[in-house]
Design a protein around this ligand. Structure first.
Ligand code: WTA
Length: 642
């Protein structure tokens, strides 16, 4: 049976009674007097102010808010208006006066096996010291600090230190190239970059400082670089600009005491760049107040966090999944969060399973691409390990194919760990469509919208589609952790998400179906964004990287199915006149893209063409290229150039 046919049979996995009994959501549902999820969900929409107020009251506020949601300037919503807070107050400071002071906040394992543990008090000390260093470097409330670090505990510390003093952070994923880093530094106008000498991946050194040097050489705003020593290999230190992290932290200015800056609920917390349908990445802006409430609530009910849990989100802290669900939500909820530095199959394909056994991980949250990648090595690797500590599993980043879902469920979860297939986006800040541990699961479906969240599938006019019909995935009302704007481009925010058809609904850019039980099935992106191994890339960025090569006149990039990565990048180029295509040139162009944008963007293939299919107005019809490559019907090509 094909996966699609299996979907049609709608196999359903029910949670055990003990899972239901102990779930946070069950306690909450009972406290509200409801006996089923749908009724509770309906109430959370009908009384959404009451619901979000209750959720906000789980957190601490320096000064109370006077309004829950202000939608008078739609789509520029504000939440918890008038409230004074700081995410660090909830993520760290609150725990200092409780027993959690001595609880482990982070357990980190390096690829080489080194282990570092940090209690909440340790995190407070490291963050406070760094916050004082940043202040001494002239960083002020409202500034944006760029961060380019490998997957080490200092990455969360750097983020938290910025937040603590009211500066926003912009984390640039360590796999990005110097051009990508430079553009993001320039957009954020950062004066300070926090980076490292290098990072490790498969026992190889990634030369982060060298890449940062290239980026900084054309970043006039940068005055200071703080450089963490991770690998210890020789790097150039630019006198007067570059300072070692450990030297700064040893100075008297790096005091262990630092007051957390009181900020408005709507004060910017971070910028995170993500790909859209143009070549210019979008600087998505999130704020302290609403974001804290949204991520803490979703984490509490979906991952059902308890004090005895050891929670592991295997994403990189540099992406939204890491921001929300490695760093901020687990800390707000007082959880112990595990971080692993390296590759899942290093030195052997049992590395992850060894970690689960060693640290007694109880909640594992990862991406379908990682599951497929590990599944390929066979069942013997996980079966060598005792994975019985696992209680819940999670998936994010792309639709999970039912085959991978079942492997994850049966082989990793031992047939008794519900899988939380969470659908959300950089823009949404937190989960939007997600099961909770009590939800009957259908492999491949994220099930239903979270409390206070209203999702639907509609046609291009905004009308609700029939059950099982493809349509656009939309949110019908705002929620606390929604992005507030795009940095320097409020118009693009309004136009990309709210003003395109259907007008007035938040359009996610995904296509989806809703089945007869109201379960959502996300199909994939409908815009020019592709998801490669869960990483979000814009075709326009890949195309502009190709066109920057002297041999290329025009280029088109599309995503085609890939067994492990979900989607692989395939490029079609027209060469400049007089240049002949060859295997060597194709390889050179693949490497060129990887160099320009970072290794994750390396195309699977680059083919040469005499012409690209275009509309009469000159827009490349990627859809036609894709259908051609897949040998499918070309669909409506009435706008194709003659
Ligand atoms: C896709 C990642 C299906 C979707 C948190 C979305 C998913 C994009 C899922 C956002 C899921 C994310 N099932 N598709 N569970 N989760 N997506 O901004 O296409 O990197 O629009 O955020 O990932 O990607 P982003």
């Amino acid at each position: 049976m094909t996966d699609d046919a299996r979907q049609q049979t709608q196999e359903v996995y029910y949670p055990t009674e003990s899972i239901v009994e102990q779930a946070n959501i069950t306690a909450y549902m009972r406290s509200k007097g409801f006996s089923n999820w749908d009724d509770l969900h309906r109430w959370s929409l009908d009384q959404s102010d009451t619901f979000w107020d209750e959720m906000a009251q789980r957190l601490g506020w320096y000064a109370p808010y006077t309004q829950i949601l202000d939608d008078s300037k739609k789509p520029f919503f504000t939440w918890f208006t008038g409230g004074k807070t700081n995410i660090v107050h909830n993520a760290i400071d609150r725990h200092m006066s409780t027993w959690r002071r001595n609880k482990l906040a982070f357990i980190w394992e390096g690829e080489d096996g080194t282990v570092r543990n940090f209690s909440y008090a340790d995190v407070n000390r490291e963050v406070s010291k760094l916050a004082n260093v940043l202040k001494a470097m002239g960083v002020q409330k409202g500034d944006i600090v760029s961060i380019y670090l490998p997957r080490v505990p200092e990455l969360p510390f750097a983020m938290l230190a910025c937040a603590k003093i009211g500066a926003a952070h912009s984390v640039i994923y360590g796999g990005f190239s110097h051009e990508a880093l430079r553009d993001r530094i320039a957009d954020a106008q950062s004066k300070v970059l926090i980076t490292a000498d290098g990072g490790y991946m498969r026992n190889k050194v990634i030369e982060l400082k060298k890449i940062a040097d290239d980026a900084m050489s054309s970043s006039p705003t940068i005055q200071t670089a703080i450089v963490l020593k991770r690998t210890g290999h020789a790097v150039d230190m630019h006198v007067g600009r570059d300072y070692w992290w450990h030297d700064l932290m040893a100075l008297p200015i790096a005091s262990e005491r630092c007051e957390t800056e009181v900020v408005d609920a709507e004060h910017p917390l971070f910028i995170l760049y993500t790909s859209g349908s143009t070549g210019k990445p979008k600087g998505v802006v999130h704020t302290h107040g609403g974001y804290s409430v949204g991520i803490a609530t979703t984490f509490h009910f979906t991952f059902d966090i308890k004090d005895h849990d050891i929670y592991w989100c295997a994403a990189d802290p540099g992406w939204i999944t890491g921001h929300s669900y490695i760093v901020y939500a687990p800390l707000i909820e007082g959880a112990t969060s595990f971080i692993y530095e390296g590759a899942p199959n290093y030195p052997y394909p049992n590395r992850w399973w060894q970690i689960v056994e060693r640290y007694k991980i109880s909640i594992l949250y990862t991406a379908p691409t990682a599951i497929r990648g590990l599944m390929r090595f066979g069942d013997a690797w996980p079966k060598r390990h005792d994975l019985s500590s696992l209680r819940l599993l999670g998936s994010v980043g792309e639709p999970i194919n039912p085959e991978a879902w079942r492997w994850y469920y049966d082989i990793i979860g031992g047939g008794n760990c519900p899988i939380m297939d969470t659908w959300w986006q950089t823009e949404t800040g937190g989960f939007m469509i997600t099961p909770n541990p009590t939800t009957p699961l259908k492999p491949g479906s994220g099930t239903k919208a979270f409390l206070g969240i209203e999702m639907d599938v509609v046609d291009e006019h905004g009308n609700r589609t029939a059950d099982n019909a493809d349509g656009l995935l939309v949110a019908k009302r705002p929620w606390p952790s929604i992005m507030r704007t795009i940095l320097h481009d409020a118009e693009r925010y309004a136009n990309s998400y709210w003003n395109n058809e259907p007008v007035g609904l938040y359009t996610a850019g995904d296509s989806a179906r809703r089945d007869k039980d109201g379960y959502f099935w996300v199909i994939g992106r409908i815009d020019d964004v592709i998801k490669v191994s869960g990483y979000r890339l814009g075709t326009a960025e890949i195309e502009s990287a190709l066109v920057s090569h002297p041999a290329v006149a025009e280029a088109a990039a599309i995503g085609l199915p890939h067994e492990i990565k979900g989607t692989g990048i395939h490029c079609f180029v027209i060469l400049r006149s007089g240049i002949e295509g060859s295997d060597k040139l194709s390889e050179e162009l693949r490497t060129h893209v990887a160099k320009e944008l970072g290794p994750i963007t390396k195309p699977e293939a680059v083919s040469f063409m005499a012409a690209l299919p275009k509309t009469r107005s000159g827009k490349i019809m990627r859809r036609v290229l894709k259908a051609q490559a897949l040998g499918q019907d070309l669909g409506d090509i009435s706008t194709l150039e003659g």
